[in-house]
Structures are given as C-alpha cells and as structure tokens.
Ligand binder design. Structure first.
Ligand code: NAP
Ligand code: ZN
Length: 352
C-alpha cells in the first residue's frame, strides 16, 4: 500500500479539500496509472452531496471521479494489455464478478457484484474505493481501456462516462440514419449525445432550458433547437420523434418529452434524479411508446466507443480547471453553467 494525494469530501455539506488516500501496490493483474485528467460528472456531485441517499447512501470520506485518463506507471507480472508509458483510461467500474450472465455478455455495468470506481467496498484494502480526483489509481487490467493517441487528453477523460453513457443507448437503438432524435439537456452527457447522434446520421433536435446554449447546440451538431420552456415550440414538435435521450440531472416532467414521441417511439432516461417520476399512462398508451433506462456501458463497448472517437476525432468540449477550482465547478454544474464538461488538470494536485 502507498499514499496518494487526492481531493475528498467529509460530508454532504463539506467542500472538497486536499487529502491523502491509500492505494494498493500493484497485484499481478493490476495496472498503476498516473492520472493526467479527470472529468467532473454530475454523478460526482450527486454522490458527494448524498443526493442519492435512498438508493445509494454516500460513504465518507468520498473521493469522486470516474472519467479518468492517464499514463501507465507500473504493471503486475500477469498484465498483458498494458506496459509502462501507455495511455490508459478508467471509467465508472473497476471490477465485477466476471461470472454472472451479464458479465459473460460483456455487460459488466449490469453485474450485481460490480465494484464502482468510488464508493464501493474495496476488496483489496477494505473501506471503500476512491475515485479519480487523485494523482494515481491502481486498477485490474480488465477494467483499463486503451486511449487513442490522436486525441486531446483533457477532452478524452469525459468519454469514459459521458461518452459511453450516450454512445451505448444510441447504438442500442439501431440504425439512426435519418431518424429524428431528441437530446434533452445540453450538459456533459447531452453534448456527447449530440456528437454521437450526428456521427450516426440522425436528425438531431436539442431540448434545452438555456436559450444561451442555442448557438452551441447547432455548432455541436444539432439540426434544430427547442427551448423547452416554450409551450409553443414544444407543441410544434409533438408526436414526431423516433427516439429521445433524456439527460436532465434534476426533477422534471417526463410526460412533456414522452408526448414528443411518434408511433413506437422510445425515450431512454440516463439522467439520474433520485425522486420517482410521475409517468402518465396515456403518454405511453397513445402511440405505443416506451420508456427505458440505460447505465454507462460494458468494457468492450467502452473500448469500441473510444476507438470510434479516435477514428472520427470526437472528444468532449472541455473547460480545463485546476483541482483547486473543483468546488466552484460544482456550483456551476448546479446552475447548468458548464461548456460542456469540466476536466481537471491533475498536475495541479502536485502543489497541494
Ligand atoms: P450536467 O452536465 O449538469 O447536464 C445536465 C443538463 O440538464 C444541464 O446542463 C441542463 O441542460 C439540464 N438541466 C439541469 N437541471 C434541469 C432542470 N431542473 N430542468 C430541466 N433541465 C435541467 O450533468 P451530466 O453530467 O450531463 O449528467 C446528467 C445526469 O445524468 C445526472 O443526473 C447524472 O447523474 C446522470 N448520469 C447518468 C449516467 C448513467 O449511466 N445513466 C452516467 C452519467 C451521468 P440545459 O441547460 O440544456 O437545459
Ligand atoms: Zn459519470
């Protein structure tokens, strides 16, 4: 075991602050990574502030961060996929049971015995796992991804969660070429959803509560933008969508978006609000519509997504910040003021 610098929070109301955490020495299957950039996901904020208490109560101290990109600094004797000096990525998962039907199908994100990058029981050291707001991390090579060398690393980090979380449901929905696809909420997930849906050939409409994001939505690849607070704009598009990806991070009226779907249309929810949604039966019955959820993606699909991004030159639009600005960034996330992902330059942790 060794000590690593990190930023942690001690309670739901404390700011994140400098700390040191234990990391395990590399076992034979492990890859040790010096973290270069870590994205800030809204899930980090939900978890750090115990906003998912009824589903997943937060264990403190908590070190968030599951959009990790860095360089390999050490490998265990049985590691075959990585060597020191390689680029590497780690997302929301660091382990699973490898034996359940979901793992066997490459769907580790659905494994009942998975280990999340932060906040899960740590099978090696006891206590809980600590995430990427840290100078290094040690991860089983089966959960470490190869990062294409041609991409900007600050913009690659968010692909490990925001990227796969939008890529996976869009891919699963089938051939989107020419389909009318809605992306609800233009934040970290939403802006990646727009980029992927564009790459898949869809006709993309962004729903936003922020009129100031309209130009950006078009620049990112949307064909049309609806200001969702305008009843008139919403009415004009009612019943016309094939697929809608809902990335809203807070309580909202899901029926307003279900009513946008056409016949057999599907709304997939990826936004993770804690409170139950009130779903109108008629919003589903009329039009034979369906409502689904989706959570990140499996390791194989995450690698496929990263390779796709390498081939199509896709990264997140990031605002790079030093770790010392993380609390300010959280406040801005709450106000939907992010363009379109914060990426922490982990070199800033050296001065702590
Ligand atoms: P984010 O960057 O904060 O973006 C969320 C966007 O939702 C905001 O930019 C805003 O877009 C919109 N929004 C926020 N509050 C709203 C409200 N009260 N009413 C309507 N729209 C609102 O967050 P994110 O990192 O993209 O994450 C989004 C959600 O997905 C979070 O709940 C997160 O925990 C969850 N998540 C789920 C998964 C998964 O695997 N399913 C993975 C990662 C994250 P506009 O300004 O355009 O309206
Ligand atoms: Zn995330």
């Amino acid at each position: 075991m060794y000590k690593a610098k990190a930023y942690s929070t001690a309670s739901a109301t404390s700011p994140l602050a400098a700390d040191t955490i234990p990391r395990r020495d590399t076992t034979e299957r492990d890859v040790q990574i010096e973290i270069l950039f870590c994205g800030i996901c809204h899930s980090d904020l939900h978890y750090a502030r115990d906003e998912w208490h009824s589903v997943m109560p937060t264990v403190y101290p908590c070190v968030p961060g599951h959009e990790i990109v860095g360089r390999v600094t050490g490998v265990g004797s049985a590691v075959t996929k990585f060597k020191p000096g390689d680029l590497a990525g780690v997302g929301c998962l660091v382990d699973s049971d490898h034996t359940c039907p979901n793992c066997r199908d490459g769907l580790e994100q659905l494994c009942p015995n998975q280990t999340l990058t932060y906040g899960s029981p740590d099978r090696h050291l006891g206590g809980v796992t600590y995430g990427g707001y840290s100078e290094s991390i040690v991860v089983d090579e089966r959960f470490v991804l190869h990062v294409p060398a041609n991409l900007n690393l600050a913009g690659v980090a968010p692909l490990l969660c925001a990227g796969i979380t939008t890529y996976s449901p869009l891919r699963r929905w089938g051939n989107l070429a020419g389909k009318k696809v809605g992306v609800v909420g233009l934040g970290g997930l939403g802006h990646m959803g727009v980029k992927f849906a564009r790459a898949f050939g869809a006709h993309i409409v962004v729903f936003t509560t922020s009129p100031g994001k309209k130009e950006d939505a078009l620049r990112l690849g949307a064909h049309e933008v609806i200001i969702s607070t305008s009843a008139e704009e919403m009415r004009q598009h009612a019943g016309t969508f094939d697929f809608i990806l809902d990335t809203i991070a807070a309580e909202h009226d899901i029926n307003a978006y279900l009513n946008m779907l056409g016949r057999d249309g599907n709304l997939t929810l990826v936004g993770a609000q804690e409170k139950p949604l009130a779903v109108s039966a008629f919003a589903l019955l009329l039009g034979r519509r369906s409502l689904s959820g989706s959570i990140i993606g499996g390791i194989k699909e995450t690698q496929e997504m990263l390779d796709f991004c390498g081939a199509h030159n896709i990264t997140a639009d990031v605002e790079v910040i030093p770790i010392q600005k993380v609390n300010e960034a959280y406040e801005r996330l709450v106000k939907s003021d992010v363009k379109y992902r914060f990426s922490i330059d982990m070199a800033s942790l050296k001065s702590e």
